[in-house]
Design a protein around this ligand. Structure first.
Ligand code: AR6
Length: 167
């Protein structure tokens, strides 16, 4: 599995799937979630609502998959990161689970390439340096026969520099 680091907007990335840093409602929000729903259009929300009526909300650390609507990718994997609450409320384990469960779901759909945003490091307030380590360990430590490429898409300079120094 090749790991790449890019600086940019995840809605422009052409991997088979992109990952969304969603919230448990799955009904959209700000940050990267807002950008993905805006660029992908109503088809994403329609799929999210179907998932809601099937299983209810999405728990922290879990992941679900929808169409990508008008985006260049085929799928959006929505995962719910933890809100930072000092670091002793299971935040690292939950963040790790976001990455691993997204990778598992990608494999189930035979997805060979996917792109992650820096989950929880915006509105949810997870310290960027700690989140980058968790993300890197989770993805780098995951061995897949199916996934060929993972891109970490960093939107801000701080995350881009942190990821670049981890690699
Ligand atoms: N492409 C890539 N990364 C982005 C983009 C983009 N277009 N826009 C922002 N980021 P956040 P969270 C980065 O706040 O902390 C939403 O309202 C941003 O710089 O989007 O997991 C949800 O509905 C940051 O590094 O997600 C939830 O309620 C990273 O994406 C809540 O925010 C994550 O920031 C989730 O909070």
């Amino acid at each position: 599995m090749k790991i790449q680091i890019l600086k940019g907007d995840i809605t422009k990335i052409e991997t088979e799937a992109i990952v969304n840093a969603a919230n448990s409602s799955l009904l959209g929000g700000g940050g990267v979630d807002g950008a993905i729903h805006r660029a992908g259009g109503i088809a994403i929300l329609d799929d999210c609502m179907k998932i809601r009526s099937r299983q209810g909300k999405c728990e922290v650390g879990e992941a679900v998959i929808t169409t990508a609507g008008n985006l260049p990718s085929n799928y959006v994997i929505h995962t719910v990161g933890p809100v930072w609450n000092g670091g002793t409320k299971g935040e690292p384990e939950k963040l790790h689970a976001c990455y691993v469960n997204s990778l598992k779901l990608a494999e189930e759909h035979n997805i060979k390439s996917l792109a992650f945003p820096n989950i929880s490091t915006g509105i949810y307030g997870y310290p960027k340096d700690l989140a980058a380590k968790v993300a890197w360990e989770a993805v780098n430590g995951y061995h897949s026969e199916i996934i060929e490429k993972v891109i970490f898409v960093c939107f801000d300079d701080e995350n881009y520099h942190l990821y670049s120094s981890l690699k």
